[in-house]
Design a protein around this ligand. Sequence first.
Ligand code: ATP
Length: 306
Amino acid sequence: MIQLYQPLNFMGTLYRETRQAIVDIEKMFAIISEQPEIADRPDARDLVVREGRVVFDNVAFAYDPQRPILRDVSFEAAPGATIAIVGPSGAGKSTISRLMFRFYEPQSGRILIDGQDIAAVTQRSLRDSIGMVPQDTVLFNDSIAYNIRYGRWDASMEEVREAARLAQIDNFIRSAPGGYGAQVGERGLKLSGGEKQRVAIARTILKGPPILVLDEATSALDSFTEHEIQEALARVSRGRTTLVIAHRLSTVVDADEILFLDQGRVMERGSHQQLLARGGAYAAMWSRQREADAAERALRRAAQEE
Ligand code: ATP
């Protein structure tokens, strides 16, 4: 029996490793297509995260040298704090998350994590330390359990389930035909944007990184899903330094600091209450969103009454 078991076990390992390699190649291509020029410096060291303090120090950036995207962006996220970045479309919000992950490098200024310039550390150690919940999560054509376990390969099935529960996606998975074994993708289970984002949150919970970057989906989610995602995000960001790129201001009212970005500059900063009291661009955006929400609710009520 043992004679048969060993080769089978070896083949299993080989299969898993090959599959992991395919996934890594996909990841690699995603990163290469994002930014081919970034490479580790020859003397790059591993990032050591002690408390998770994130500092943007006068960061300027342009994809194309003729067109500056970020100018003089400075902020500091204390360990465990949540910093929200808001502002009009095209202001440069997601660019900040791309720089944080070092898909691109600033033209000037520095990004520091616990005092270490991220340009001087290995990309692998940087990306291992940051959990990213992107706007559009790409899932693999594999089981839903595999897609969650991608956050940490040695996680037990129990841990996978617990992460899914915290991310508010466990009920959905259990009610799907095949449960955690259900295949995701073209010929399998099709997930909505909100469900995919919750799978990404479950992955991040398993990974347990000290720093989080959450890029809120721009696509409209119904208010129930939005509420569920908000709760899941609030759970995962507890005790972790978190950068939230937000489109709906209702999601950032509890942030420790909100930066209002416009044309790549931080135009206003402060807590939700401070920014409302200031009566500037943030306050105007807040009123507009509240009016839009109220109009939408009225429309929905009218449609229900018909
Ligand atoms: P939104 O709220 O619509 O998501 P945003 O504030 O997150 O917008 P970014 O995605 O950071 O904005 O984009 C800022 C600007 O940079 C935009 O004008 C965009 O067209 C430009 N941009 C984004 N990615 C690239 C790229 N890879 N190459 C060139 N320009 C880019």
